[in-house]
Design a protein around this ligand. Structure first.
Ligand SMILES: [Zn+2]
Length: 483
């Protein structure tokens, strides 16, 4: 009898292994086809990305860019909900039904003051101010491409569930996603996938700095600066006194803090005592709680400065983003797919273009061929230097991201060199690495419920008992922050 039971158990085990292998074979085939299918549509996606590169619309003003991505999704069978979270250019596109719900983030805003032709020397496009120096034209397009590929698999019943593409405006300082999180748009989502243009191929195992930003507006009294200065009170003095105090404060705040400001209005003419001046501040630190504390000290400096200069001050919170919660389980899964997809290979002309770009840097750059390699998965995550509103998403849903070489190795983000690369096939080829890796990783999430469960457990542990609260409070989207 016992022998008989052992035999049956063995048979069940063998059949389970066989069926798992068959499933794996099935998934491998689905992935290989998806990769090929995306490549066959390369020119379509390249043209969309280059159109958005040309539009180069800044935060919350991405009317044409958002419309093009929405239309592409609609043409491919998605239902698009536009103008979500009180943001005209934000959207959520969905296809399919039931669980799991996998979401992909898409960004599309450009940066002011970084207009640049797609050439390897510094040359702005005449009559154009903004440029895609962070590659968000590629970001949005690759995410839409991956979404459409997954939709096709759901339609063909190769996978089951729901795919969503989130159209996220104003990443650069506008905190667009924070309003979408606050609105509860991610409530039914199981996993969020994002990516970012980069100068190498990697999985995001670097967190981001939490960030709180505000514009401080000083009001004084105008008067003739030479004939009757005693009748005036300079708003610019208020700004300068505040900046002085904050600069002294740097010695007495935690080391990892980053505070930066630009004077966005310092008066108009030296012979008029300025009755209005404005300074725009960012306060960043790896931990959101520290950001909140340091920000309050900056506010005190503003108030002190106003008191001492006989002016008044008000401030408006512009943005606020969390640090980024990393998920090793999801990162490991995405790494395998990135390795399967591989990096970017340049043509001889692209190598020539790339070397010219590299010659404009004053520091040592990696070999141009590193665009073909994949960086091994980081085992110890670090804090990272930038900030992103993906951080807020990562506190409500398990999130995973990657970077792909859309810029020649050595190129920093927010540079004219990044704009130049992004306007060529160096950029669009790198974008396809992301589109394919995101698709393959999403296929894993649709077909492996165990993976999602482990990732969720890791997410819950990392988040602890923290209940999400936006750093920017309950303000409405700062739709005119770029005015
Ligand atoms: Zn960016």
């Amino acid at each position: 009898m016992r022998k008989y039971i052992v035999l049956i158990s063995l048979c069940i085990l063998i059949s389970k292994i066989a069926s798992a292998q068959k499933n794996n074979l099935g998934v491998d085939k689905i992935k290989a086809d998806a990769k090929q299918n995306l490549q066959s549509k390369y020119s379509v996606y390249k043209n969309i990305a280059l159109d958005i590169w040309k539009f180069a619309e800044v935060g919350y003003k991405e009317v044409k860019s958002s419309a093009l991505l929405q239309q592409t999704l609609r043409d491919n069978g998605f239902t698009v909900q536009a103008g979500v979270a009180e943001i005209p250019t934000a959207f959520v596109a969905s296809y399919g039904s039931g669980k799991p719900v996998i979401a992909i983030l898409a960004e599309f805003d450009a940066l002011p003051g970084l207009s640049q032709e797609a050439v390897p020397e510094k040359k702005s496009i005449s009559g154009k101010d903004a440029g895609h120096a962070c590659g968000h034209h590629l970001f949005g397009t690759a995410s839409v491409a991956a979404g459409i590929e997954i939709k096709k698999l759901i339609e063909e019943k190769k996978i089951n569930g729901t795919i969503k593409v989130f159209g996220c405006p104003a990443e650069e300082g506008g905190s667009g996603k924070v309003y979408m999180v606050r609105e509860g748009l991610f409530k039914d989502v199981d996993v969020v996938i994002h990516w970012h243009p980069d100068n190498e191929n990697n999985i995001t195992m670097t967190s981001a700095l939490a960030n709180k930003s505000a514009k401080f507006r000083f009001n004084g009294l105008s008067a003739h600066a030479a004939a009757s200065p005693e009748k005036g009170r300079s708003a610019l003095d208020g700004v300068e006194a505040m900046n002085n105090m904050v600069n002294m404060m740097r010695e007495h705040i935690p080391q990892e803090t980053r505070i930066h400001y630009v004077i966005t209005n310092g008066g108009r003419a030296p012979n008029v005592v300025p009755d209005f001046a404005e300074v725009y501040y960012y306060v960043r630190h790896p931990k959101k709680d520290d950001v909140k504390e340091i920000f309050e000290r900056v506010v005190m400096a503003a108030k002190g400065a106003a008191m001492g200069t006989g002016t008044t001050v008000e401030y408006e919170i512009i943005g606020g983003t969390h640090d980024l919660l990393l998920n090793k389980t999801l990162g490991e899964a995405m790494q395998k797919n990135l390795e399967k997809v591989g990096g970017v290979t340049y043509t001889p002309e692209e190598i020539e273009f790339g070397k010219k770009i590299q010659s404009t840097f004053t520091y040592k750059v990696p070999a141009i061929q590193t665009s073909m390699t994949i960086i091994p998965l980081k085992t110890t995550p670090d804090a990272g230097g930038g900030s992103t509103d993906v951080g807020d998403v990562s506190y409500v849903v398990p999130t995973v991201g990657m970077g792909s070489a859309t810029w020649v190795p050595g190129t920093p983000a927010h540079s004219w060199q990044a704009v130049a690369c992004g306007g060529t096939e160096i950029g669009t080829k790198g974008m396809m690495v992301a589109a394919k890796t995101i698709s393959l990783t999403a296929i894993d999430f649709f077909t492996d419920p165990y993976l999602l469960q482990i990732a969720k457990e890791e997410f819950l542990k990392a988040k602890g008992d923290y209940i999400y609260k936006p750093l920017l409070g309950n303000r409405k989207p700062a739709l005119n922050y770029r005015d």
